[in-house]
Design a protein around this ligand. Structure first.
Ligand code: SF4
Ligand code: SF4
Length: 456
């Protein structure tokens, strides 16, 4: 494992499997019965109403960054994209050929990040992202999906996590980070499989794979807050790229592992790293994939932003040194699955203001902020999608430029990579940071945790 942290999207891409055949698309013919089953399973009252109610008013078009970034190409309006994919699937009763599926693949993965911004502007609240998700499920069922997502799925099946990090690598990284960061904070530990704790902490596999310092920083914060916590030996991957592949069966694997680990460890809550789609998967979608009653996880799920807000803004359990606050102009990305779809936009702003003396919001912001352009699985979909990811990210780049910010806060690994790539592409001159990184720089370390010169 490299100590050198990678930057950009390459760090998030799923580790290739040894056997290339394992990710090959199955050959034709198309399994029409399977497609019809998926369509039938999703053909509830809401879907039928969405399919029939669209007035083609075009109000959703201006909300979509793909449409805006491509000179308002009508083919990139949300209503059009859903009409030619999911609408067409229902119209044809699932009878489509492989060429049709390949064309749909371009639209559903290459022209929509499922950010759900368009639904905020549709007078009927049509959920375009959910409808696009049905087409993703159909294409996935026929082996038509981006290679990066296929690899991630295979890794989940084989190892339980999307980057195929071994249990040995995971636990060694925890031990390594505990040792390193104990040199800065006295008594720091990263407990593994400790029972009866308040929080079972889960991460994004790119942390043990490429960004181990993220784990060390979180351990610093939890230790200074004198929190009761652990990481699990199994079930530590909070992320879920199978969700973006439209594969509910594979998506159920990591959430089942995570919920089970929390139950076995008798943890009160599951705590998630700064990752947007992990939060969506664990807190909102996971219970449905597992058929849990009431659509609620068996153990409550908390995003890191919520915990940091409680520590710093609500309870003062972590104190910020005013002399160490960020003074350069700073702005904040609203990850779609933390903000618009997770409801945490105000907490993020409270935190940003508690850590930065010159916080400048983007316009639009909060639940109306634009997707970074790397969501919906776009980043791990790989190099073949990078050019359009950069082109469509122009709207986000312009938003950032307008703030004059030099610091960009991103409470999501996925946005972090996209923002770094946009920084290079559009020469934004920003530094992208997570909340963890800023908090560990600004927090006051109580006397008892200060490491003395002789190492005690
Ligand atoms: S969900 Fe987002 S990316 Fe997809 S069509 Fe709507 S606004 Fe565009
Ligand atoms: S805003 Fe709603 S009703 Fe109007 S075109 Fe878009 S999806 Fe259809």
């Amino acid at each position: 494992m490299s100590e050198q942290a990678q930057t950009g999207a390459e760090a998030t891409e799923a580790k290739p499997t040894e056997d290339p055949k394992a990710v090959e698309a199955p050959a034709a013919p198309v399994d029409t019965k399977k497609i019809q089953q998926i369509l039938a399973a999703n053909n509830g009252a809401r879907m039928r109403s969405w399919l029939n109610i669209c007035a083609h008013c075009g109000l959703c078009a201006e909300s979509c960054f793909f449409y805006l970034a491509h000179d308002k190409d009508p083919k990139l309006s949300p209503a059009y994209k859903v009409k030619v994919t999911t609408g067409e699937l229902y119209k044809r009763k699932g009878k489509v050929d492989r060429a049709w599926l390949e064309e749909a693949h371009e639209v559903i993965w290459g022209q929509c990040t499922m950010c759900r911004r368009c639904s905020m502007f549709c007078p009927f609240g049509i959920d375009i992202a959910t409808m696009i998700g049905v087409s993703r499920a159909v294409c996935n069922s026929q082996g038509v999906l981006p290679e990066g997502l296929a690899r991630a799925k295979q890794n989940i099946i084989e190892s339980g996590n999307q980057m195929a990090v071994s249990e040995e690598d995971w636990t060694e990284t925890c031990d390594w980070m505990a040792e390193e960061y104990a040199e800065e904070i006295a008594g720091l530990e990263i407990p593994i499989d400790k029972k009866g704790v308040k929080y079972m902490y889960t991460v994004n596999p790119r942390e043990p794979a490429f960004y181990p310092q993220d784990l060390g920083q979180m351990a610093q914060i939890l230790h200074v807050a004198e929190e009761s916590w652990t990481v699990p030996r199994q079930g530590w991957d909070g992320t879920n790229l199978a969700m973006f592949a439209g594969d509910a069966a594979v998506a159920a694997i990591p959430v089942r592992n995570m919920y089970q680990a929390a139950i076995d460890l008798e943890a009160e809550q599951i705590l998630m790293t700064e990752c947007g789609h992990a939060y969506r998967s664990g807190a909102f979608e996971g219970p449905y994939w597992l058929g849990l009653p009431g659509g609620r996880p068996p153990v409550p799920v908390k995003h890191a932003v919520q915990l940091f807000w409680e520590y710093i803004v609500r309870d003062g359990r972590i104190k910020i040194d005013p002399a160490k606050m960020i003074t350069e102009p700073a702005t904040l990305q609203d990850p779609c699955n933390v903000s618009r779809n997770g409801g945490l936009w105000q907490m993020m702003r409270d935190l940003a203001r508690a850590l930065c003396t010159d916080f400048r919001d983007m316009d639009p912001n909060c639940e109306y902020n634009h997707c970074c352009g790397g969501g919906g699985g776009f980043i791990p979909m790989g190099a073949e999608f990078k050019a359009r990811r950069m082109q469509s990210g122009r709207i986000k780049a312009e938003q950032i430029k307008a703030t004059g910010a030099k610091i960009m806060i991103s409470p999501c690994h996925n946005c972090f990579d996209q923002l770094n790539d946009l920084n290079k592409e559009y020469e934004l001159g920003i530094k992208v940071l997570s909340f963890k990184e800023i908090i560990t720089e600004c927090m006051i370390i109580p006397e008892k945790f200060i490491v003395s010169d002789n190492g005690d």
